[in-house]
Design a protein around this ligand. Structure first.
Ligand SMILES: [Zn+2]
Length: 238
């Protein structure tokens, strides 16, 4: 095997590693943003629930004010009872008082309902706040892990890139040009191994003569279908 072909064999692995690391490096910021968004959504939900709680409080206070107003009116009519001139007026006042008491009782019933809603909402809120605290702790931990992965990937990528530069410098100018052109068109994977007597990238079957030449590793052979540089590796057989 020529040194150039040995360099191509190694380039295939290095390019595959560079591909994986590059995808990872692109993916991590998206994952971190997704984690941040998840907590933000929970915080938005918490804020909505707080508003609902405030609304219940305002509603209850308004009802309490209604009850006070009814009580004041009832009291006034009860005082008025002593000043009435005839039975008709007296009966009219009694009806007014009865009606006001009925309305007051209804408002009191509504206050109890609101208070029950407030209690249940306060309980939910505590659970929800605990859930957010757990999510935040988990998310912070996940973020730290992802960011550590990112740092590792960047370091590994620099090592692979440096090895690649060394390997590419071992290629003759025409092979290097071909490698670079195919690499650009094929997502950074310009070298393919022979697998099952075919190009391992596009699966085109290779004639026996071509297989022999690739196995000997004395000259650079390209796949006629996809243009990749073909190499014989452990996966290719014997
Ligand atoms: Zn091919």
């Amino acid at each position: 095997m020529t040194d150039e072909i040995a360099a191509l064999v190694r380039l295939r692995d290095v390019d595959a590693n560079i591909g994986k690391l590059t995808s990872l490096i692109e993916l991590v910021p998206e994952q971190v943003a997704e984690l941040t968004r998840k907590v933000e959504l929970l915080r938005e939900e918490l804020s909505k629930r707080r508003t609902t709680q405030e609304e219940l409080k305002v509603k209850r206070r308004a009802k309490e004010k209604e009850v006070e107003d009814f009580t004041a009116k009832i009291h006034k009519f009860e005082v008025d009872q002593y000043g009435v001139k005839n039975n008709e007026q007296y009966q009219a006042l009694l009806r007014e008082i009865a009606l006001l008491k009925q309305k007051r009782s209804q408002a009191e019933g509504e206050i109890i309902e609101i208070m029950e809603q407030e209690e249940s909402s306060a309980r939910d809120m505590k659970e929800f706040e605990a859930k957010i605290a757990r999510e935040e702790a988990g998310t912070a931990e996940d973020k730290r892990k992802r960011e550590a992965e990112l740092e590792d990937a960047k370091r590994d990528l620099a090592v692979e890139e440096s090895e690649k530069a060394g390997l590419v410098s071992r290629l003759s100018p025409p092979v290097r040009m071909r490698y670079e052109r195919v690499s650009e068109g094929k997502g950074g994977m310009a070298v393919a191994a022979v697998i099952n007597r075919a190009c391992g990238a596009c699966y085109t079957n290779l004639p026996p003569q071509t297989l022999n030449e690739i196995r000997k590793g004395l000259q650079v052979i390209t796949c006629e279908t996809c243009g990749r540089l073909l190499v014989w590796t452990e996966e290719s057989g014997h």
